[in-house]
Structure formats: C-alpha cells, structure tokens
Ligand binder design. Structure first.
Ligand SMILES: Cc1ncc(COP(=O)(O)O)c(C=O)c1O
Length: 422
C-alpha cells in the first residue's frame, strides 16, 4: 500500500465526508517552508488559510524550530497538576502583559474548544461560589461557533454542524449581534445569566460575519451594568488576525474571561489558554474542605514544548514588529480584493477585517458545494483554501509577502471565474 492508500484505509478525517474522500486523491503534506506547504511529490502550495487559522509567522521558522528543539533538550512534558514548569510560567506572564487590562490568571488547555469549555465552567462555578447560583445560564450569539466539544457546541449555533447533537446540549439563550437586542435580552434575563459568550468583531466559522461597530463595546458596558460575565472567544481572532494583537483592543474592551488557542503557539503545537480576572479567580479560593477548587484539567495542560513555541512566537511579534508591518499588507490585501474579487458577478459580498476574509458566492444551493469546488480548483493553481459553505475563506499567515498576497488573490479570482463563470 502506498501512503495515499494507507490514509484512505486508516485515517478518519475531520469535517469530511469519507465516502468522497475515499474516491479522491489526498494531498499529503511532507514539509513546509515560509508560507508554503510542500507535498510528498515536492509540489508547493501557498497556505491561504494558515493551516486552519493557526499559522502566524510562517512554517519551519528558524526561531520557533530552535525554541522547540531547545525545550526538547530539557523536557518534553511534565504535568501542571501538582507541579509547575518553566515555559508555562514564562508564557503566562507574557500573556497577561499583552492581554486587555484586568486579565490576570492563565488556565491552560490544548484546543479552542477546551479553552471555551474551561471558560463556561469557570463562569458557572464563579456565580455559584459568590452566592449567585441562580445565574447559571449562558447567552450566545446567533450563528456562533466556539468549537466541537459538547459545551462549546451548546453555546455554538451553527445548525449544519450541530443540529444532530441537540438532545445532548444544555439550553442557551440566543441573541443577534445588535445592541438593542442585547440590551433587551440582558434587561430580561440578567438575573439568570452567568455569562455572555462572544467571538469579538468577527464570527469566523459562521462565514466571516462582521459585527456592527460599537457592538462589542456596548456588550462590555451592558454586561457590567447587568452583572453578567463577558467571555470573549479570541481563538480565531487572537494573535494579530484582525490587525491588532486581540480583536477586543479595537473597541477598548477587557473581558472577564478570554479564550485563546490557534495562533497562541505560532500555529506550531496544540495549546490553549483561558484568561481570567483576579476577581473571578478569587471566587475559587478557600479552605481545602470548602471544595471551591476548579476541578478541571487536561493531561497536556501547559505542555512545555507548546509553551516554548508560544514564547518564541511572542518574541517574534516584538522583535520583528509584526503588527506594524501587517498594516500595509492588510491595505494591499483589501485593495486587491476590491479590484479583483468584488466585481465578479457571482460574488455577493467580500467581508473582511484585517487578515480574516470571507468571499460569499451566490446564489448557490448547498448541494452545489460551490465553495468546495472553488477550493479544489485553486489547489491546481498552487494555493490551499478551505471554504465555509458558499464562503471562500482567506486567512493567510501574518508573514505572507506582498507578492504572495497578489498570488493568493489572483488564484482565487481565477478559480471563481473558472467554476462560477465570469
Ligand atoms: C472562535 C472559535 N472558537 C473555538 C474554536 C475551536 O477551536 P479548536 O478547533 O482548536 O477546538 C474555533 C475553531 O475554529 C473558533 O473559530
């Protein structure tokens, strides 16, 4: 059996109809350089979605490779249950330094979903332990996406992915991202709400939906007024993706809990963190026998290799002025989208914030799998993209060059024209 046959024989791929997969030739990545992935036959592909929204500084970055190797020479893993380790301490300090003000404590886990699960459980237990047990429900946005574990799915609202699991989920109140709707919802339900959970500025998996300006700021003020915790899920938006280190900064918002994953390790290793304020953390302090402890933890929490990558990534942000250098790249990307993509007849809308871009095609029925077809075509042009239904997502690494931005947009345009007509 060759590698492709073995993949088809043994591997169950996520979010993938395996009958179609079995009939197709898998693209097998063997290595990578900069912003390109390289397959087993040596063909190069521009990584147009940052390997599912995680890669920040490019692949095979010497500084990140060196940091992980150096850590490997010390220790690959030791637990945070009852022990501490060097990189997890150093990264926690760095995260608190760059996070919105007030976030003071770092609880590690290993994926975006677990970062959200942790936030939900902390919020729930926090309310109980400060004597407000009746505040036990969650409010989330319509079309929210917070991951695929059962708690994250409960606060999520994407029926295509999650409808079948409804009997497993807990009840969540739902609101559209509109200030007046949120105001009414909180006025009516704050007494029973532990927290409002929100993807700040951009709802990624919903198809790159942009929130109205001022919504996040209003959410912060309304949550404070109504004594409801604000949980910002920065799993997708964090680490520069919207043009600032965190999306919250753009509306001067400091949440009570913030979920980080994806770009936290530069896109190198599975790592996540849930940041909490001192006030939230304080509700978990008490005598051993009071059982106020947060009884939650994942085996690989605070993994030293992943944390070493995270520190090296933040070093690169600082040393290379990544966020400053990003601004002209964002301007270039947006200008190219306006010139080359927006005028196409089957492009309904080009939504963008920083390096998070959604190109909606339409009108097309689900069965037409238009996004998948465009992404299959663009692969022939040496670019990797992954759609969300009828929406083509572009989310390149922050390290993408000007020439690569042009290549990305030109290939996307050519594929839309090829598949949808001019
Ligand atoms: C906003 C948001 N939260 C949570 C997640 C889940 O992250 P993970 O896939 O690492 O569990 C995602 C993944 O796309 C996300 O976009």
């Amino acid at each position: 059996m060759n590698l492709a046959d073995k993949d088809r024989r043994y591997v169950w791929h996520p979010f993938t109809q395996m009958r179609d997969w079995a009939a197709a030739e898998p693209l097998i990545i063997a290595r990578a350089e900069g912003n390109e992935l390289i397959d087993v036959d040596g063909r190069r592909y521009l990584d147009g979605v940052s390997s599912l929204w995680v890669n920040v500084h490019g692949h095979h970055r010497r500084e990140l490779d060196d940091a992980v190797r150096a850590q490997l020479d010390r220790v690959a893993h030791s637990t945070l249950l009852g022990l501490a380790n060097v990189p997890s301490i150093e990264l926690a300090e760095r995260l608190v330094q760059i996070a919105p003000p007030g976030l003071a404590r770092v609880f590690y886990s290993d994926s975006g979903s677990t970062a959200v699960e942790v936030a939900l459980k902390i919020a729930f237990q926090y309310q109980k332990q400060r004597g407000r047990a009746e505040k036990s429900k969650f409010l989330a946005l319509t079309d929210a996406y917070h991951g695929d574990t059962v708690g994250a799915v409960s606060v999520g609202g994407i029926d295509l992915f999650h409808e079948i699991f409804h009997p497993l989920l807990f009840h969540v109140l739902r609101v559209e991202p509109k200030i007046d709707a949120l105001e009414r919802m909180l006025a009516a339900h704050a007494h029973e709400l532990a927290a409002f959970v929100v993807e700040p500025l951009v709802q990624g998996a919903a198809g790159m939906l942009m929130q109205p300006p001022g919504f996040l700021r209003a959410a912060r003020e309304l949550c404070t007024k109504h004594d409801v915790l604000l949980v910002c899920d920065e799993v997708a938006t964090g680490f520069g993706r919207t043009g600032t280190m965190f999306a919250c900064e753009q509306e001067a918002v400091a949440p009570d809990l913030m979920c980080l994953a994806k770009g936290i390790s530069g896109g190198y290793l599975p790592l996540a963190a849930t940041l909490a304020t001192e006030a939230v953390h304080a509700a978990f302090l008490g005598k051993y026998e009071q059982k106020l402890t947060f009884f939650h933890g994942h085996t690989y929490t605070g993994n030293p290799l992943a944390c070493a990558a995270g520190i090296a990534s933040l070093d690169l942000f600082e040393r290379e002025h990544v966020l400053e250098k990003l601004q002209p790249k964002i301007a270039r990307l947006h200008a190219r989208l306006d010139e080359r993509i927006a005028p196409l007849s089957r492009v309904v809308e080009v939504r963008r914030r920083g390096f998070m871009v959604g190109i909606e095609l339409g009108p097309y029925a689900y069965e037409q799998a238009i996004g998948a077809r465009v992404c299959a075509d663009v692969r022939k042009r040496g670019v990797i993209l992954r759609p969300l239904g009828n929406v083509i997502v572009l989310m390149p690494p922050l390290s993408i060059t000007d020439d690569e931005i042009d290549r990305l947009v030109d290939a996307t345009r050519a594929s839309i024209v090829e598949v949808c007509g001019a």
